[in-house]
Ligand binder design. Sequence first.
Ligand SMILES: *[C@@H]1O[C@H](CO)[C@@H](O)[C@H](O)[C@H]1NC(C)=O
Ligand SMILES: *[C@@H]1O[C@H](CO)[C@@H](O)[C@H](O)[C@H]1NC(C)=O
Ligand SMILES: *[C@@H]1O[C@H](CO)[C@@H](O)[C@H](O)[C@H]1NC(C)=O
Ligand SMILES: *[C@@H]1O[C@H](CO)[C@@H](O)[C@H](O)[C@H]1NC(C)=O
Ligand SMILES: *[C@@H]1O[C@H](CO)[C@@H](O)[C@H](O)[C@H]1NC(C)=O
Ligand SMILES: *[C@@H]1O[C@H](CO)[C@@H](O)[C@H](O)[C@H]1NC(C)=O
Ligand SMILES: *[C@@H]1O[C@H](CO)[C@@H](O)[C@H](O)[C@H]1NC(C)=O
Ligand SMILES: *[C@@H]1O[C@H](CO)[C@@H](O)[C@H](O)[C@H]1NC(C)=O
Length: 552
Amino acid sequence: MLRSLLYLLLSPLVLVFANAAPQWRFDLKAERSGIVALEAIVVSPTLVLFFDRASDDPLQINNHSAWGALWDLQTSTVRPVDVLTNSFCASGAMISNGTMVSVGGDLPRQSTFAQSGLTAIRIFEPCASPNGDNCTVFEDPQTLNLAEPRWYPTAIRIFDGSLLIAGGTHVNAAFYNVDPANSYEFFPPKDGGAVRPSAFLERSLPANLFPRGFALPDGQVFFVAGNQSIIYDIKNDTETILPDIPNNVHVTNPIDGSAILLPLSPPNYTPEVLICGGTAVDPAIQPANLSSQFPATRQCSRIVLTEKGIKEGWILEEMLQGGRTMPEMVHLPNGQVLIINGGRTGFAAIAQVPDAIGGSNADHPALTPEIYTPTAKLGSRFSDTGMPTSIVPRLYHSSVTLTPQGNFLVAGSNPNAHTVLNVTFPSEFRVETLDPPFMFVERPVIGTLPEKIAFGATTTVSVSIPKNLAGGKLQLSLMDLGFSTHAFHSSARLVFMDAKLSKDGAQLTFTMPPNGRVYPPGPAWVFLTIDNVSSEGVRIIAGSGNAPPTLD
Ligand SMILES: *[C@@H]1O[C@H](CO)[C@@H](O)[C@H](O)[C@H]1NC(C)=O
Ligand SMILES: *[C@@H]1O[C@H](CO)[C@@H](O)[C@H](O)[C@H]1NC(C)=O
Ligand SMILES: *[C@@H]1O[C@H](CO)[C@@H](O)[C@H](O)[C@H]1NC(C)=O
Ligand SMILES: *[C@@H]1O[C@H](CO)[C@@H](O)[C@H](O)[C@H]1NC(C)=O
Ligand SMILES: *[C@@H]1O[C@H](CO)[C@@H](O)[C@H](O)[C@H]1NC(C)=O
Ligand SMILES: *[C@@H]1O[C@H](CO)[C@@H](O)[C@H](O)[C@H]1NC(C)=O
Ligand SMILES: *[C@@H]1O[C@H](CO)[C@@H](O)[C@H](O)[C@H]1NC(C)=O
Ligand SMILES: *[C@@H]1O[C@H](CO)[C@@H](O)[C@H](O)[C@H]1NC(C)=O
């Protein structure tokens, strides 16, 4: 009796809460990252590996400042990881057997505890411990090295599960690339360990650091650097030159825009690339004549990488809120793209323009994310409806990654030469998640998947679908969450899979992509989305799980 009375009294309230659609929100964590999370990669269902510069970070290991750390997604806590070489401005990716490989970096400079990272290869083997106990970075600088010194390189997993490592600078990169490593190499090495000179990187100087590239479904690789782009044929070592990005817009460090390979869908897996932000400026202008107030561009350029699409060239659109330098572009499991972080004006690099804000060459942080819907009509693809605004500026040296839980981990920013706290844009140790609305409702759940699934294989898995989503639009995505650094997520990828629910909705039958060109062999996260409500990701290895090179 009392209970039903209470129920009657409370039910309008319950209704109000049930009807209030959950919104996107930022969630600032109590614990800080301890090191600046200038590089971030998800290495297990619960762990994200951060790298920073070997410097004076507060997090300690073996009686010195750490520059590697594991962030525990379950507890939102950090633990230091010992790293031998200076990982400042390195790159990395997963390879076909599930191992994370980080490459390149800087001289030890500020740390007497670090060795040079210029030719470093850092190995993080798959680690089963949920909280990171005994998970380690392995390095052997005596025997395991890149062929050419590379600071600010890019590493992309390719069709045989190995890494294509591109570009960088040898040792000097105060702003432009004046000491370039204009070449490609591989890990594990090909060509007997020789590097391949790159005419493209030569042409795209001097703002060609962290070239943005994607493995394409025909096995070739798309690259953009400066305002130039190519398709690189790895087997033939030949390049096809594509049209320049229009309107003098440059998109690689220190004039950073970002680029993303839009979701690939069966049966054709037609590749499309989207490039947003950066700056319309001539890189012949020296930083002494640039300004932290120089406006970034709001231009996005999109191209379909087929013969016809290339003939049509770049199709232009504009971000909603304004220009962004150093934006981050990250896939959502439903195929939308999150655009987050960066500044409205200025440039990357540290204290090079005459009116730097402390050390920051950039100003006017972009604090509200936008969402891009690739399948919407041209002119109506951007939205920031319901998007929250962060209180934390994330300019140079920040990172963001989609997590296996389905939200985004957002960390870092340090446009300073070491740890500096008393400036407008300090060394930033605050960590947030950006949580999509689906984090607050009942979500689909994917059951146990095999550890490895072969290309082309059809698999059935048990699933549970919330009642209110029954009959909704179903999407099943196979995702690489990428290695985040310097406004780019190398190897990030989303491939949709054909999938069908059983009549009772309890079994999902799906087919893997046909081969390792469509999804380079290696770790992947499977997400089930129904009516934009995404499950957590389940980790598998796509392909054999063999060490590279492997032609699965
Ligand atoms: C760290 O420093 C303390 C005090 O200076 C010393 O007792 C300890 O042995 C040092 N530990 C390591 C691992 O060097
Ligand atoms: C970590 O290593 C220590 C020392 O080798 C060992 O005692 C401990 O059991 C290990 N912990 C895990 C979770 O493997
Ligand atoms: C690669 O080289 C082979 C042999 O020279 C040639 O037949 C083929 O057309 C080339 N492929 C491309 C994409 O250029
Ligand atoms: C590409 O950049 C160069 C150097 O700023 C410039 O001369 C050229 O006009 C640009 N191309 C386009 C299409 O804007
Ligand atoms: C800056 O611009 C001035 C005037 O155009 C020019 O004389 C000078 O060489 C430029 N300086 C640099 C560092 O580019
Ligand atoms: C910040 O602190 C450093 C070290 O205490 C000091 O040298 C510097 O002048 C301070 N800078 C500002 C902008 O207050
Ligand atoms: C899912 O999101 C897309 C893009 O915003 C939107 O067009 C569509 O209506 C949404 N679907 C549902 C069921 O909310
Ligand atoms: C994966 O392959 C790399 C390159 O051969 C090797 O260094 C690493 O130890 C392998 N990892 C596992 C787990 O076998």
